[in-house]
Design a protein. Structure first.
Length: 135
């Protein structure tokens, strides 16, 4: 919230300088305190992840949750996965993810998840990550 206010002030004063109401932008000298890193407080435990997955009754959706949690894929990356992005790997399988900033990354997935994806593919699912008829 403070960072947003800082941006607004800098923009406001830059506009005032442009219109020659002020000789210089006083907001340029403002320094914000470094924000506290609270990422660790937001991370789920393995047990919490397993509970979320177990709460989903649909097996395909359970698999989608496993892919997201265990690969670290963003939701947008997971829903855009195609079968050709799922490949074997000596450790199980791997996913090629296309995401933020047009970056491509490859992540290793456990054998259990790879085999479940392979089974879904062999069952004839065209779009495993999302379909209009999925519950």
């Amino acid at each position: 919230m403070v960072a947003g206010l800082h941006i607004i002030l800098r923009s406001f004063y830059a506009f005032a300088v442009k219109l020659e109401y002020l000789p210089k932008n006083p907001a340029l000298s403002l320094r914000l305190p470094k924000a506290e890193d609270v990422l660790a407080e937001r991370l789920l435990t393995r047990e919490e992840v397993d509970q979320i997955i177990a709460a989903e009754e649909n097996l395909r959706n359970q698999l989608l949750l496993k892919v997201i949690f265990y690969s670290g894929a963003r939701v947008s990356e997971a829903i855009n996965l195609e079968w050709r992005h799922v490949q074997p790997n000596p450790e199980g399988g791997q996913l090629t993810l296309f995401g933020k900033g047009d970056e491509t990354r490859t992540v290793v997935i456990p054998l259990e998840i790879y085999e479940a994806l392979l089974g879904l593919c062999l069952a004839g699912e065209q779009h495993w990550s999302y379909s209009e008829n999925s519950d």
